[in-house]
Design a protein around this ligand. Structure first.
Ligand SMILES: [Zn+2]
Length: 275
């Protein structure tokens, strides 16, 4: 969690940016994505948080859940910014292992799906694309949108890593262990070329995970910091060239030295500002 405070500080030192705390989630927004019995189960953990370890790799008490709701609201807020000014950025979010009916890992509820479904309901967008470049496949997001032809999901991930069951995204590219910069960037170009053949999305959600980094403890790819910057530039320039608003969320990042993780996320923000 430390990366978020450190990243905010780095950005504030380098850019004159006003951070905003998001408004609370709109009433009913979680239920647009998640089943009622799952939402009830989450609340049932508040009295017995230890029980939540059977479902998540996190203790789900009311404090944790409130903070996760804030992270979700941050993604929705970043999406609204993107629709207004072309880009938005959330220091948090990317909770892509949460499904409609259960959560996994550190992901209780799915900020990407909740934000997109809320904006579609409000009539602010008609369609969207999710470009998930975390090292782990976006299993929860894939299932959230498996029956939504207006939302295209792309996941570029390490094939031999969690999750072992990888439900189908619209486009999955499973990479070999140890994939480095140039092969990764080629696969990403292929993915973006595919997206160019689809209806133009009203909004792109970009999960700019820091865990494809070669020193990540939960990842097995071999990207350098420079390679990850090139990755960010490919996605952000694609969005600019197609005139698609882009909202960026952090997703994972578990290098031993938290400063490496902060560097990678900071570079994403810097690239966003440059483009
Ligand atoms: Zn990850």
């Amino acid at each position: 969690m430390r990366k978020m405070d450190l990243l905010k500080k780095r950005i504030e030192e380098s850019f004159s940016i006003d951070f905003v705390e998001p408004d609370s989630l709109p009433e009913g927004s979680i239920a647009l994505t998640h089943h009622r019995n799952f939402i009830n189960r989450i609340h049932s953990y508040f009295d017995n948080p230890e029980a939540s370890y059977g479902e998540f790799e996190a203790r789900c008490d009311s404090w944790v859940f409130e903070n996760e709701c804030k992270a979700v609201a941050g993604t929705l807020s970043a999406c609204r910014d993107a629709l207004l000014q072309g880009w938005g950025f959330n220091i948090g979010g990317g909770l892509h292992h949460s499904f409609p009916d259960h959560g996994e890992g550190f992901c209780i509820i799915n900020d990407i799906a909740i934000s997109i479904n809320q904006l579609i309901k409000e009539g602010n967008i008609h369609n969207a694309a999710v470009v998930d470049l975390d090292v782990h496949q976006g299993n929860g997001t894939a299932v959230c949108f498996q029956n939504s032809p207006n939302v295209k999901t792309i996941s570029l991930h390490q094939q031999h890593n969690y999750p072992s069951w990888k439900p189908k995204s619209d486009l999955d590219i499973g990479l070999d262990d140890g994939t480095g910069d140039s092969a990764y960037l080629q696969h990403l170009s292929t993915a973006l070329d595919w997206l160019s053949t689809q209806d133009k999305p009203d909004l792109v959600l970009f999960l700019a995970g820091a865990d494809p980094y070669r020193k990540d403890q939960l990842g097995g790819l071999a990207l350098t910091k420079a390679g990850l910057s090139s990755r960010d530039r490919l996605v952000i320039e694609w969005c600019k060239n197609k005139n698609c608003p882009v909202a960026i969320v952090l997703a994972g990042g578990y290098a031993k030295d938290v400063n490496d993780v902060v560097d990678i996320h900071f570079n994403t923000f810097k690239c966003l500002m440059e483009v």
